[in-house]
Design a binder for this molecule. Structure first.
Ligand code: NI
Length: 169
């Protein structure tokens, strides 16, 4: 297993639209293991393949308190969402240190393959629901900061670029 570098906003590669995973082979299984390790190491609760510069529809999530209940979603599809929505504070491993409110569906039903290629139906609420919606946006090349006002987004962009320059020097 290996830790993977996480792309940081405003890297344009984060706006790539992911393609479906064609086959759950050894390469994909290795990628899943590496993504889980990378997410746990970074103390995140979700990571999309997009964030590690692999543009395929694959997400890992672990919202458990013990960090011992990973969920793998391959080629996920939201088949139902509740009419009710809620404003939740979100963060993202690709936008470190930034947290802001995003409106999400309260409940979603998601169809996806798991790491064994088995079709699963997940009915999610609470943090899991928010996390699934956030990660699925990544697969479409969409970042949570894009829900914020242009003013806020520009401020975040400037802050991120400055931090990235400072990290390099
Ligand atoms: Ni994110």
């Amino acid at each position: 297993m290996a830790l993977l570098p996480i792309l940081c906003y405003p890297d344009p590669k984060l706006h790539t639209v992911a393609k479906p995973v064609a086959e759950i082979d050894a390469r994909v299984k290795n990628l899943i293991a590496d993504m889980l390790e990378t997410m746990h190491e970074a103390k995140g609760i979700g990571l999309a393949a997009t964030q590690v510069n692999v543009h395929e529809r694959l997400i890992v999530i672990d919202v458990s308190e013990q960090h011992d209940s990973p969920i793998v979603l391959i080629n996920p599809k939201i088949i139902w969402s509740s009419p009710e929505t809620h404003l939740n504070e979100e963060g993202c491993l690709s936008v470190p240190g930034i947290y802001d409110g995003v409106e999400r569906f309260d409940l979603v039903k998601v169809e996806a393959l798991d790491e064994h290629g088995k079709q699963r139906l997940i009915e999610a609420d609470g943090l899991l629901s928010v996390c699934i919606q956030h990660e699925m946006d990544h697969l479409l090349g969409k970042m949570f900061v894009e829900y914020l006002s242009p003013l806020k987004r520009n401020r975040i962009k400037t802050k991120m670029l400055k931090a990235q320059r400072e990290a390099k020097s």
